[in-house]
Design a protein around this ligand. Structure first.
Ligand code: ADP
Length: 269
């Protein structure tokens, strides 16, 4: 081997080392940027959460104080209205806290799914009864097929229905109809929630299922939210062996759907 060969080999080695060092620098820069972004996102999230929790809490305190101070002078109908509003805001607060707890469990991979054989319509009815308080200004309709038997976790189904119905109420005009339907295809039980709101642009139909994503539209800007509800809905659906998505309702509004594996035997345990 000549001196020239040795020099060429050394050059190649140096060049290789230089490239590796450069790659390591790029990876380190990327990791630092990600850490910085995650940190910023976390503190933004804490600010948003505090704000979102305070929003329903403020009227609860205000109305309760008003009732306590002026109980004897307020007419019965007004008193009833105030109690309704306290109830509505408390229901919103509970949903928010439930979503946050679910979300933190999901982040820590602690979601305990316990799947059983159940009639999806029965679960939906149970949750809808509790959700009436969320909006007295919307018409809640159901079209449930009692013969659809699926494999699912009761609590997860309740979370899914609460999130989808409260979104339908939040993003559609007062007086609008919210329809909850259950039916079955050859391979899955399907739960759908339709509304009369603005619907979801086709190019956003995947993105809205990402955590923290919120559309920039006017309706959304007016509604409150943390951007975690749909991420939860999809994660829970997937954990049960199903899926979740959105398309268009016949009214032009949104139609969110969640699928569940059908029970092999179509009778509840
Ligand atoms: P949040 O409602 O807290 O923003 P979600 O994860 O539940 O978070 O929803 C993510 C986004 O999807 C919302 O910010 C909104 O842009 C859109 N979205 C959800 N449900 C509806 C609906 N029924 N109609 C129109 N847009 C919706």
């Amino acid at each position: 081997m000549t001196d020239a060969d040795d020099v060429a080999r050394l050059r190649r080695q140096l060049e290789r080392e230089r490239r590796i060092r450069k790659q390591a620098e790029v990876i380190a820069e990327d990791a630092t940027r990600r850490l910085y972004d995650a940190d910023r996102m976390k503190s933004l999230f804490v600010t948003t959460v505090s704000h979102e929790l305070r929003t329903p809490l403020t009227p609860i305190l205000g109305f309760a104080e008003g009732l306590a101070d002026k109980w004897d002078t307020i007419e019965d109908a007004t008193r009833r209205d105030i109690v309704d509003r306290i109830h509505q805001n408390a229901a919103t607060l509970r949903l928010l806290i439930d979503s946050l707890l679910d979300f933190s469990q999901l982040e820590n991979a602690q979601v305990a799914i316990s799947v059983e054989t159940l009639a999806i319509s029965k679960e939906v009815e149970r949750v809808i009864d509790q959700l009436e308080a969320i909006s007295r200004r919307h018409v809640l309709e159901t079209e449930l097929d009692p013969s659809v038997i699926v494999r699912a976790d009761r609590t997860a189904v309740a979370r899914i229905v609460s999130n989808l119905v409260s979104n339908a109420v939040k993003y559609s005009p007062d007086g609008g109809r919210v329809r909850v339907l259950t039916n079955a295809t050859d391979t899955a039980g399907v739960l759908a929630v339709e509304d009369d709101g603005p619907g979801i642009d086709p190019e956003e139909r995947e993105r809205i299922f990402q955590r923290f994503y919120r559309s920039s539209g006017e309706t959304v800007a007016r509604a409150r939210g943390l951007g975690i509800g749909l991420a939860l809905v999809r994660a829970l659906a997937e954990a049960m062996g199903g899926d979740a998505g959105v398309d268009e309702a016949p009214s032009g509004g949104a139609r969110f759907w969640v699928s569940f594996p059908l029970a092999s035997t179509q009778s509840t345990a």
